[in-house]
Structure formats: structure tokens, C-alpha cells
Design a protein around this ligand. Sequence first.
Ligand code: 4NP
Length: 168
Amino acid sequence: MNNHNDLNINNKYKVLFVCLGNICRSPAAQGILEHFVRENGMEDRIEADSAGTYGGHRGELPDRRMRTAALYRGFALTHRSRPVSSLDFLDFDLIIAMDDRNYEDLMHLAPSVEATHKIKRMASYLKNSRMTYIPDPYYMGSEGFGMVLDLLEDACKNLFDEIKEGLQ
Ligand code: 4NP
């Protein structure tokens, strides 16, 4: 984990979640982390965003199935899909890949060796599961979205606790 005291110019710790399409996993992770941030009144300290390694869904809201499943748990997802950019490595403190393919793509996109140190795997924050990646629910049934949200809630809670601890 990076040093959470290394705040950027806005004095906020900035986290970018990255998946393939930026319409299922990463916007859901963003919405869940934002929920924890709001719940703890830390909007002026921590910011979340998300992006995709594939830009084909640019401008779209998250997949309707993910929006429905997330809203059922109290997370309203309003992010619009965007492709990840090498500039994101300057703007964000932490860049979190949902699976190994996202991780490898980000490693190739990173503009410097230092920038690669910002890339982490979402599964590394899991405590309730031994999964090593967050599976892509795009081609799964509705139970797949629930399973992915279970993983994301677990990982986001632990990630939030770690960031909060580092900012104190
Ligand atoms: P995501 O899911 O990476 O979690 O947003 C996907 C969404 C769309 C596609 C693949 C994965 N797609 O191939 O269009």
C-alpha cells in the first residue's frame, strides 16, 4: 500500500478502480467506496473514480443488471464509463485492478516504474473470500452480480479501513 499521507494537490487521497468495460465491476466498486466515504463524513479526504481498459462503452451508465443489483443494496451507480489513460497514473494515488488481465494491461500502460507501484489487485483486499480476482459478471446470470457485489463490499470495506488508518 502506498503512503496515505502522500496527498495530492487537492488534499484528497484518490482511488481509481479499473475493469474491462467500466460498466460492471469498477463503477460498482466506486459506488461502494463512495458510500463508505460518505457514511464516515470523509468526502473532503478520499475520492473514488473508475475507468475501463476497453473504451467501447464510453459515456454509458453501468450495466442495468449491475445498477439494479447495487441499488437493491443501497448503492446508486451514476458513473459514466470512460477509458483509463496514462494521465490517471499522475492523478491517482492508488489504481486497483479487478482481475489479472486488467492488472497486466495497467502495468503496460503505466508511464514509469514508480507508477506501477500504484497498481494493486482488488482481491488483495478480500477478507471473506480466497478468490484471487473479481470475476467478470457480464456474461453471468443475476446471481453473478450478487456474488460480485459480495466480493466488492468486502474488499471496499477493508480498503476503506486501510486508507482511513493511513490518513490518521
Ligand atoms: P466490466 O464487465 O469489465 O466489469 O465492466 C464487462 C462489461 C462489458 C464487456 C466486458 C466486461 N464487454 O465486452 O463489452
